[in-house]
Design a protein around this ligand. Structure first.
Ligand code: PDD
Length: 280
């Protein structure tokens, strides 16, 4: 089975899916997206991803699209692929029109999706932990909308790889720790977890949400609070959360070893509980 695409109602091989050059997603980055993964043939937290997609579209004043239509398209594509462990990328742009910064209400949102098997994180990184660098957060002020404008994220990720690390962590100029390039971040200090509160400066990650509820169920204390790079470097454990990332332990940040430099006990516990939740 080839990897498939969905393009405004039709399913086809990815290579066959083409969009017009005047799509506003292409010309202005005027698009929103989601990435949903499946485990053993079941899509994990699909409703929560659809909630966030609807919210992103509302925040950017897109013409509404029926949630049921989007959901049915996702399910149709998932079924057509036959994949059990799949990653579905969903992107909606405002529409296609002659290039003009301003947009009109009449634009017809363009829906594309792709489906591919999920590439799991190499076992080596999962078992030994990842290395990260910090970078200044130069993104715009609405990181809570999941837009396709990911240049700062992709530049930061590449910088991390070029310096022999696995990912980058966004920090404000005053040292507040925001999130990873495609993940949220948690620290563990004195047995308690903390993650950045929901503000316009970070994405409200679905995995973050799952981790917070896992903590509640498991009796782990977790707060949504601001912390700075000093707290980050001094944490006993640090981990990243995301649909692709799942729970990724970080054992070195810049020149600092985190905790004892090994995957932490709480990180491992949260990872195991998340996998259990995802596998149903
Ligand atoms: N990214 N923060 C940012 C900036 C992200 O891009 C993502 C996800 C997250 C985690 O969100 P979630 O838990 O809902 O996946 C946080 C997706 C996976 C991507 O860009 O492909």
């Amino acid at each position: 089975m080839p990897d498939l695409a969905y393009l405004n109602g039709e399913i086809m091989p990815i290579e066959a899916a083409m969009i017009p050059i005047e799509d506003r997603g292409y010309q202005f980055g005027d698009g929103v997206y989601e990435f949903v993964a499946s485990y053993e043939g079941r899509l994990f937290m699909l409703e929560e991803h659809l909630d966030r997609l609807e919210r992103s579209m509302r925040e950017l004043a897109y013409e509404p699209i029926s949630r049921t239509d989007i959901k049915n398209a996702v399910l149709e594509l998932f079924k057509a692929s036959g994949y059990l462990r799949a990653g579905i990328y969903i992107q909606i742009s405002r529409g296609v029109a002659p290039r003009n910064h301003a947009y009109t209400k009449k634009m017809l949102p363009q829906i594309i999706m792709t489906i591919r098997p999920v590439k799991d994180m190499p076992a080596e990184i999962r078992e030994n932990g990842a290395k990260a660098i910090t970078v200044e957060d130069m993104r715009w002020g609405r990181c809570d909308t999941k837009t396709i404008q990911l240049l700062a994220n992709s530049m930061a990720k590449q910088k991390a790889l070029d310096s022999g690390c696995d990912d980058a962590i966004f920090i404000t100029d005053s040292g507040i720790v925001r999130e990873g390039t495609s993940s949220n971040l948690f620290i563990v200090a004195g047995g308690k977890l903390a993650t950045h509160p929901l503000t316009p400066n970070i994405l409200a990650g679905i995995t973050r949400m799952a981790v917070l509820s896992i903590c509640k169920e498991a009796g782990l204390e977790a707060t949504e609070s601001f912390f700075d790079t000093n707290a980050l470097y001094a944490a006993n454990e640090v981990f990243l959360t995301g649909t692709v990332t799942e729970i990724l332990p970080v054992v070195r940040i810049d020149d600092n070893i985190i905790g004892d430099g090994k995957v932490g006990v709480i990180t491992q516990q949260v990872y195991d509980l998340l996998k259990k939740k995802a596998m149903g």
